[in-house]
Design a protein around this ligand. Structure first.
Ligand code: CA
Ligand code: CA
Ligand code: CA
Length: 322
């Protein structure tokens, strides 16, 4: 009897073991992955880490392989799914700003694909608007936010960049970030118009009419601002107006002492009339630093009226130092 029980037990054990193995063999690998989007900041070294592809199998670690990529040999992948740069010489963020990599995740013949979009971005370490790869090829300093030199009016900087904010590009002792907060220009004037010729008192006249007025003028980069009624248009209280008339200068060439002068479209003596008078130049006038003479045709018109109408009041504004 004992023998029978023993044989039965052995048979049962064998059967149980076989049935377990059958069940194990029948279990399919299930692989979990997802499509992802990554960013690679250039320049980046060969071997530089870019990101990791998710790949989980129900039966241990799966294998990762790149099936295709839109720029050959750009990236590698290791067996943890880490994507790294294979050959940085083929990464060009202007020619190919986006590279699509198809990754196969495989375990025991079961396979899933992850589509990985890698956006190439030109890094700008110092926030001056010139990306590092260009600073390297141009020979400028990628850690100096004021190299290459830019001039007043330049706006392509990154205002949230700390290196840029802590720079002082015009050398006036006020940091770039503070200049932005103050509403001043952080960049130096391109010093090829000597507007100081018209700083202080200037004589203004409506050329062809027999009068002239002395007015106070402030000069800054390629611009002067003259206080009050420059052409005797208003008279009375308007003479003492603090309103400013802005004129802009554009040299004929770099370093030239002559060039064009324009009156950008602006309100004129609004503080003393309040009728919405506007003034602008009809076409660019001329300035000459040596003689100190400025002449520019102007037109005065009312807001919402046609500034080109022949019925508008106009003339030639003459300006010279007192
Ligand atoms: Ca830069
Ligand atoms: Ca720089
Ligand atoms: Ca400054």
């Amino acid at each position: 009897m004992k023998k029978i029980i023993y044989i039965f037990t052995v048979i049962s054990l064998v059967f149980f073991t076989i049935s377990c193995e059958d069940q194990f063999d029948d279990e399919q690998d299930v692989i979990t992955t997802e499509d992802i989007e990554l960013r690679a900041f250039l320049p980046i070294d060969n071997g530089g880490y870019v990101g990791t592809v998710l790949g989980i199998s129900t039966n241990g670690s799966p294998n990762f392989a790149i099936a295709s990529q839109t720029v050959s040999n750009a990236f590698n992948i290791d067996n943890q799914g880490n994507i790294s740069v294979a050959d940085n010489s083929v990464l060009d963020f202007r020619a190919n700003p986006q590279i699509v990599v198809e990754v196969l995740i495989n375990k025991n013949g079961t396979e899933q694909t992850s589509t990985v979009i890698i956006n190439l971005i030109g890094k700008d370490t110092d926030g001056d608007g010139t990306v590092d790869v260009d600073e390297i090829s141009n020979g400028t300093d990628l850690n100096d936010p004021c190299d290459p030199i830019q001039f007043e009016g330049y706006v392509d900087f990154n205002r949230s960049n700390e290196i840029w904010s802590n720079g002082d590009c015009d050398g006036d002792g006020i940091l770039n970030g503070d200049e932005l907060a103050n509403g001043t220009d952080p960049y130096p004037c391109q010093d090829n118009v000597n507007t100081s010729v018209w700083a202080g008192n200037v004589i203004t006249e409506d050329v062809g009419f027999d009068f002239s007025i002395v007015r106070e003028s402030q000069s800054s980069c390629r611009t002067i601002a003259i206080k009050g009624d420059v052409i005797g248009f208003g008279g009375g209280d308007c003479d003492d107006s603090e309103d400013l008339l802005i004129l802009n200068f554009e040299p004929d060439s770099d370093g030239a002492t002559t060039g064009n002068v324009t009156i950008p479209d602006q309100t004129y003596l609004d503080i003393c009339f309040g009728f919405g008078e506007r003034i602008r130049s009809q076409e660019p006038g001329r300035y000459d630093e040596t003689t100190g003479i400025i002449e520019v045709d102007f037109v005065i018109y009312f807001d919402e009226f046609d500034p080109d109408s022949p019925d508008n009041f106009g003339g030639t504004l003459g300006i010279k130092p007192e």
